[in-house]
Design a protein around this ligand. Structure first.
Ligand SMILES: Nc1ncnc2c1ncn2[C@@H]1O[C@H](COP(=O)(O)OP(=O)(O)OP(=O)(O)O)[C@@H](O)[C@H]1O
Length: 229
């Protein structure tokens, strides 16, 4: 089987240096394999390490042990062993990550925030803006907000900017951390449709969804994480 994501034997603990060096073991020998076009949901109690798995795959956290291989073009690249520049390259072309909160540079307008990853890929500005506009429209972001910085937007609007930025790019791997948490039912259904479309074009999806209906609608498989401490 050719996997899009192949995680094997991953160990991750956090050491709280400012709190007497307390060690929190989170993942101990975690495995996960996801095929192209497959969608896997991570479930389990709060603190079990679901968000940690996504952050490890995105290269935000370093694993202590194990392999986090992702399909980048035609080659498997181990995120755990990748150099920083290679991680940036993976993020440009392969890994789309919707985090729980929008992190943006102050004063950058929403339209630019969404178009920016496309421009970084070398897309012409007019085309990048057209694509960004299409996703903003689909996610019901009113036009009057497009030229404003998202710092002052509501939680649900910020989350939709986050989603728009990732889904404008057609990434082959999607890491989704509660993408529908603060959305109203209509926008939630739009995001479910976007995830379904991404899968139909072959994207592999790993997601955390606290809404059972969303999870049932988008995931083929659920992986339960136990709390280790
Ligand atoms: N940067 C960090 N520094 C220290 N501890 C951390 C860090 N990130 C995560 N942890 C700890 O790792 C554990 C797992 O956190 P994680 O956010 O992955 O859990 P989760 O399963 O996603 O929980 P939730 O469902 O509440 O979002 C928690 O005990 C958390 O406190």
């Amino acid at each position: 089987m050719a996997w899009a994501i192949d995680v094997k034997g991953v160990h991750k603990s956090f050491v709280l240096h400012l709190q007497g060096g307390v060690r929190i073991p989170v993942l101990q020998g975690f495995d996960l394999a996801v095929a192209p076009g497959e969608s896997v949901a991570l479930t389990g109690p709060s603190g079990a390490g679901k968000s940690t798995v996504l952050r490890l795959l995105y290269g935000n956290y370093a694993a202590e042990r194990g392999r986090l291989a992702v399909l980048h073009g035609t080659a498997m690249v181990d995120v755990a062993a990748a150099a920083p520049l290679q991680i940036l390259e993976l993020r440009r072309w392969t890994l789309g990550y919707v985090s729980q909160f929008l992190r943006v540079i102050p004063r950058v307008p929403a339209w630019d925030v969404v178009a920016e990853p496309l421009l970084r890929r070398g897309m012409a500005e007019a085309e990048a803006r057209r694509r960004a506009a299409a996703v903003l429209e689909r996610l019901n972001i009113p036009r009057r907000l497009w030229t404003l910085a998202p710092m002052t937007f509501s939680g649900g609007e910020q989350q939709r900017i986050n989603i728009a930025r990732v889904f404008a790019c057609d990434y082959p791997l999607l890491l989704l951390d509660e993408p529908t948490a603060s959305l109203d039912p209509a926008n939630r259904d739009t995001v479910v449709a976007m995830i379904t479309e991404a899968r139909s074009r072959g994207a592999a999806v790993v997601g955390i969804y606290h809404d059972d209906r969303v999870r049932e609608a988008v995931a083929d498989r659920t992986i339960f994480l136990e709390k280790t401490s």
